[in-house]
Design a protein around this ligand. Structure first.
Ligand SMILES: Nc1ncnc2c1ncn2[C@@H]1O[C@H](COP(=O)(O)OP(=O)(O)OP(=O)(O)O)[C@@H](O)[C@H]1O
Length: 325
């Protein structure tokens, strides 16, 4: 946030370099939560540290919102323990250390943007001046507009303003840029970066993998409630192992033969273009030439985060289904 400043940084409070081990901002120890027979969050253990920007990824229904609700004390775990700044989530929130922007929940309707944000400031133990919060969320021009007259992207900005009404050390965002256009998204992340530079920890759930790749310095992947990957975007891409090979073939394409080549873990054919995923591109290409084929426009590249995400979630699904058989 451009105008906001925090007098005591998280690092100072939690022991920066030379002040002993870093204390986690958030810790999940073997946390599980079920709804009836659905295991929404399953034995999740993780720690988040001061100043980290962490993306939480996962397919629909993977447990992201439930994990954030547990972190915010909106739901209680069936097993395991959630700690936020070494206390319970409710205590951390009561101390004004956590700001949250959630997906659901309507905004109060018959009030103006300024009135609603002022209310969030009134409720925050370490609030910033309301006009500063409005300016930082780019709401000054529409501050007198009724909340029920806003576009989806403007509503998101109001939610963001409410989440950053005071000096929080941890900001939790559930799909914060849904409904925002590209310009609004860029502006949003510029504002968030300013918050991170002030030493805050940001955890955001998203379906926009390019956003996770560009913004987060750490990526968590949930799949059917389990944490299946935790690392930098580069580590997750490397862990997916595979490389993508793209080339064009003239004449008929024998998909079965291509799919059966050594080390191929994925195949897509569109017109003359063949896209292979291989965990050993050299061996696969050797075999392509061995079939007597003449690939043109050959490209071999590492996986993007999106493809890596699909590769590791597909692998997790197959492993789980094989285990059930
Ligand atoms: N209150 C609830 N009652 C019953 N089932 C629930 C409830 N909340 C979540 N679930 C189930 O728990 C699982 C995890 O849901 P959750 O909303 O946490 O996933 P998500 O990763 O946030 O999904 P999405 O990306 O679609 O928002 C889903 O199968 C969902 O149907």
């Amino acid at each position: 946030m451009t105008a906001a400043s925090v007098s005591t940084s998280t690092q100072e409070q939690d022991g920066g370099p030379g002040h002993g081990p870093r204390q986690p901002v958030v810790s999940f120890g073997g946390v599980s939560k079920s709804f009836g027979t659905v295991r929404a969050v399953s034995e999740v253990s993780l720690e988040l540290f001061p100043g980290e920007t962490v993306a939480l990824l996962g397919p629909n229904g993977a447990g992201k919102s439930t994990a954030l609700d547990l972190l915010l004390g909106l739901k209680n775990a069936d097993a395991g323990e959630v700690r936020v700044f070494g206390t319970s989530p409710t205590q951390a929130i009561a101390k004004g250390r956590v700001g949250a922007m959630l997906q659901s929940g309507g905004l109060m309707e018959e009030v103006t943007v300024r009135e609603l944000v002022a209310l969030a400031c009134d409720l925050h133990p370490k609030a910033y001046p309301v006009d500063q919060v409005l300016a930082a969320a780019d709401l000054t021009d529409i501050r007198d507009r009724k909340v029920n007259k806003l576009s989806g992207g403007q509503e998101q900005r109001v939610r963001f303003a409410m989440a950053t009404a005071g000096a929080n050390d941890l900001i939790v965002l559930d799909e914060p840029t849904t409904g925002m256009d590209v310009t609004a998204r860029q502006a949003f992340w510029a504002t968030m970066r300013a918050q991170v530079e002030e030493g805050r920890t940001v955890l955001f759930a998203t379906h926009y993998l390019e956003e996770a790749d560009a913004i987060a310095d750490r990526v968590l992947v949930l799949h059917r409630g389990r944490l299946i990957a935790d690392g930098t975007a580069a580590e997750i891409k490397a862990r997916a192992g595979a490389r993508r090979i793209t080339f064009d073939l003239e004449g008929g394409i024998d998909e079965q033969a291509l799919g059966g080549l050594p080390n191929v873990v994925g195949l897509d054919v569109t017109g003359p273009t063949v896209r292979l995923r291989s965990d050993d591109a050299d061996a696969t290409m050797h075999a392509v030439y061995g079939l007597g084929l003449y690939p043109r426009n050959l490209e071999v590249a590492g996986l993007g985060l999106e493809q890596a995400f699909l590769a590791i979630t597909d692998a997790a699904t197959s492993a789980e289904e094989a285990g059930q058989r």
